[in-house]
Ligand binder design. Structure first.
Ligand code: 4AD
Ligand code: MG
Length: 430
């Protein structure tokens, strides 16, 4: 009977055949231990000389790393393995022998591993991170579907720039200029007026010359947008959503979190509600913490965000930023128009901003004025202004950066390990 590694729990005591790769092995005169992986999981195969044909034992001893094979054996429970099962091997059939696999069990440098990303993805740690990424995506669809959101796909080729014009990837669209999407938000606003509550999940491109552990050139963003939601409603949804994905990973990825040696007590704490401070309070807190130089009206850098996050056990919202450091579409606070109804959600443990969101301007004249102040073309944004012309309503939305969220929940240092093929300032290969 064919089985995958993830399914062996249903085959205890039975003979199964698993298509697998050899990730590592150890052998003595009488016994060989094969570390097998098939993509669904990892299992140890035990080959005992006395129990198999001599030819099978010799084959097991000579297998090279990453050789593909069919392994047939009996599934046994094994309390010593974190997975809980092992395979008592009866037969081995080599499919394809791998010669001189470049990533050996010894230590390799990051650049070497990144050059071999197409192979590095097979390793245990990378496998765990991608499984956590997958669980976050799964939980995201579940969360928004349960809440009655409609998934809407905004375009990737666009004619305008929602988040400012400096970070755009330019391309030609036949005779016109076009840009790769840096956010689907403006289209999601149109969708919210058609479907009420919507979310998108797609790739985003930022031609930012940032080379930090939090920046990718191409990353994936989840962008919910809700009609009739004011700022406060949106914050509540955000904390519920983030709690939901963290608790889903805790529930469904114990093995992966263990393999990554993640301190899960810190994640268990992540339950709504989350603490909130205003931008003004954040500036004060930073002054108290020795960041004397930062002044009201300046944006926060990574060290500032980390210092603020350290002050709290859970993710923290920083709200009411100065309007002049945020994009044109954010709704000014009616009591204090120099700040906007927005929030950034800062993850704990130094992972930085994982969500940016706001209430959107829904008044036609105010939006037009803001576009002019930002020197944006009214022609290009006419369709966006139209949304304020025909039954405009208060609405809010936000964007969660998938890779920063994966990095935080997995506890990996750098976002380059949280996406299968990272696009970085100095890397477009493989
Ligand atoms: O704060 P940002 O730029 O917000 C927007 O794009 C809004 N239009 C979203 C919305 O309201 N619909 O980006 C949102 C999130 C950030 O909080 C961060 O998690 C992630 O996207 N992000 C990046 N992740 C990796 N690499 C980069 N270069 C990123 N830039 C932003
Ligand atoms: Mg932001």
């Amino acid at each position: 009977m064919k089985s995958t590694i993830s399914e062996v729990s249903q085959c205890i005591g039975q003979e199964v055949t698993i298509g697998a790769w050899l990730s590592n092995k150890r052998s003595s005169g009488k016994i060989a231990f094969l570390q097998l992986r098939d993509g669904t999981g990892f299992i140890q195969g035990v080959v005992v000389k006395n129990e198999v044909e001599e030819e099978v034992f010799q084959k097991a001893k000579s297998l090279s790393q990453e050789t593909s094979l069919y392994v047939t054996g009996i599934v046994r429970e094994d309390a010593r393995s974190p997975f809980g099962y092992e395979l008592q091997v009866k037969d081995i059939q080599v499919i394809h022998e791998a010669v001189d696999y470049p990533i050996t069990p010894k230590e390799h440098g990051t650049e070497f591993l990144m050059d071999h990303r197409h192979l590095w993805l097979r390793s245990r740690k990378q496998h765990a991170v991608m499984k956590i990424r997958n669980e976050i995506i799964r939980a995201t669809y579940e969360f928004f579907n349960q809440k009655g959101f409609v998934k809407i796909d905004p375009p990737i080729l666009t004619g305008s720039a929602p988040e400012g014009t400096t970070e755009l990837f330019h391309t030609k669209y036949f005779d016109e200029d076009a840009y790769l999407s840096q956010s689907g938000q403006l289209y999601m606003e149109a969708a919210a007026m058609a479907f009420g509550k919507v979310f998108s999940f797609g790739p985003t491109f930022r031609a930012e010359k940032s080379k930090t552990r939090r920046h990718l050139i191409e990353f994936w963003m989840i962008e919910p947008e809700m009609a009739f939601y004011e700022h406060e409603d949106s914050l509540k949804l955000q904390e519920q959503y983030v709690s939901y994905i963290v608790q889903s990973v805790l529930k469904n990825c114990q093995l992966e979190l263990g393999r990554l040696e993640r301190d899960t007590s810190k994640l268990e704490n992540v339950q709504a509600p989350f603490p909130r401070i205003t931008y003004d309070e954040a500036i004060e807190l930073l002054h108290e913490k020795g960041f004397q130089d930062i002044e009201w009206g300046e944006d926060f850098g990574a060290p500032h965000e980390t210092a603020i996050a350290e002050h709290f056990e859970k993710p923290v919202f920083i709200t009411h930023y100065p309007a002049k450091i945020k994009p044109f579409y954010m709704q000014p606070d009616p009591n204090r128009p120099e700040v906007v109804l927005c929030a950034d959600l800062i993850a704990p443990e130094g992972y930085g901003e994982i969500i940016g969101g706001s209430e959107r301007i829904h008044d036609y004249d105010l939006l037009k004025k803001r576009l002019e102040e930002f020197h944006l073309s009214l022609d290009a944004y006419q369709w966006y202004l139209d949304l304020r012309k025909y039954g405009s309503v208060p609405h809010s939305g936000f964007g969660l950066g998938l890779e920063r969220t994966v990095a935080w929940i997995s506890g990996v240092e750098h976002v380059r390990e949280t996406i299968p093929f990272p696009r970085l300032l100095n890397r477009l290969y493989p």
